[in-house]
Design a protein around this ligand. Structure first.
Ligand code: PEP
Ligand code: MN
Length: 363
């Protein structure tokens, strides 16, 4: 958990940081309206997109510097901090000139190390806080690298925003979350606060609560939720924005879990169950080792008989039967299928080594 006076942490494990505000700053009235309502909800940071990265031209691309002037007026009027997206050094400079101290790097920018480096260079020596959204593709190193570039520029308050990843596959999500990637990021960079953006992950109002709850269950540090005074009229991302009233309902329904518990009975029970998990894992590893020994014997046998390693019919049979066994045991079929893909690829690797080993080589 981040230190106490970090902008991206409430310094309290039990309360997530909430950042809310419209996808785009559309007019001074819209911003004033939303900012006043968010201040009443004690939301510490208002987000607003000033330059919008739209896929196709001639869509609303943000109000630009005009919006920065509105933000400057409103933030001094309401004593409210604003966060904006920056994609170029010019955006950073314009933001700083208008008193903005919190920036985020969007998913289409964090994908490009040149662009991130230029932004980082523009932030050198600046007292600012920066959030780095995950790149649009599920590439953990790229995300981590973007965070490191910002850190190297001397920015102390850096957070990561998980907004999901583009996918060609049919999905109920606008950007499927691939939760294991932010979890891995958190284990690599435990001091970087992790913020979930359920709006861009889900792409629809009805999904905000469930995604937010899941993030809190995974011990995220905060949420960034797109909030608009009149979501249906929003000039960008209308389907996923909620009203401040809906935001307050989501907030009041979220269950906040403790990171740890001091309860003796709970700790004892946990230790007990973890011992059982250790035992089960040992059995899994031993079973895999036994399986690999058989795989190697088959490899030798195929070699002696000059038969190919990959046998399509056999692989199809494995891919069909194992998920069926899983289903009968109430396991997720897809999970077991994915597991077998990994096991099968390791088996092929091992048999390839055997096949390529010269007979003169020691085994
Ligand atoms: C946004 O926050 O409005 C935005 C454009 O997000 P992303 O970079 O995640 O697509
Ligand atoms: Mn948006």
């Amino acid at each position: 958990m981040a230190e106490k006076d970090h902008k991206f942490s409430n310094g309290n494990n039990t309360v997530p940081l909430i950042i809310a505000g419209p996808c785009s700053a559309e007019s001074e009235e819209q911003l004033r309206d939303i900012c006043a309502q968010l201040r009443d909800l004690d939301i510490p940071i208002t987000r607003a997109g000033v330059w919008k990265p739209r896929s196709r031209p001639r869509n609303f691309e943000g109000a630009g510097v005009e919006a920065l002037k509105w933000i400057k007026n409103i933030s001094s009027e309401f004593h409210q901090q604003f966060a904006i997206e920056v994609a170029t050094p010019e955006h950073v400079e314009a933001g700083l000139k208008h008193g903005i101290e919190i920036f985020w790097i969007g998913a289409r920018t964090s994908v490009n190390p040149f662009a991130v480096q230029e932004i980082a260079d523009a932030l050198k020596g600046v007292e600012a806080s920066v959030m780095v959204k995950n790149p649009i593709n599920p590439d953990l190193s790229l995300w981590r690298g973007a965070i490191e570039r910002v850190q190297q520029a001397g920015i102390k308050e850096v957070a990561a925003i998980h907004r999901g990843f583009s996918s060609f596959q049919e999905s109920k999500f606008r950007n499927p979350p691939a939760w294991q990637i932010p979890i891995e990021l958190k284990s690599m960079m435990p001091d970087i606060p992790l913020i979930c953006d359920p709006s861009h992950i889900g792409g629809s109002r009805s999904m905000i609560y469930d995604i937010s709850q899941k993030a809190l269950d995974l011990n995220y540090d905060g949420l960034m939720i797109e909030t608009h005074p009149r979501p249906d009229e929003a000039l960008s991302d209308a389907e996923q924005q909620i009203t401040p009233l809906q935001l307050s309902e989501v907030m009041s329904q979220l269950k906040i879990r403790d990171e740890k518990s001091d309860n003796e009975a709970f700790l004892n029970q946990l230790e007990d169950l973890r011992e059982k998990i250790d035992q089960a894992d040992r059995e899994i590893v031993e079973a895999i080792a036994a399986r690999m020994r058989i795989v190697d014997r088959i490899g030798e046998y195929k070699k002696e008989n000059n038969v190919t390693i990959f046998q399509l019919e056999r692989w199809k049979e494995i891919l069909e039967t194992r998920p069926q066994w899983a289903k009968a045991l109430l396991l997720n079929e897809n999970f077991i299928q994915e597991l077998y893909k990994i096991i099968h690829s390791e088996s092929i690797k091992s048999q390839t080594d055997i096949m390529n080993r010269s007979t003169a080589d020691p085994k």
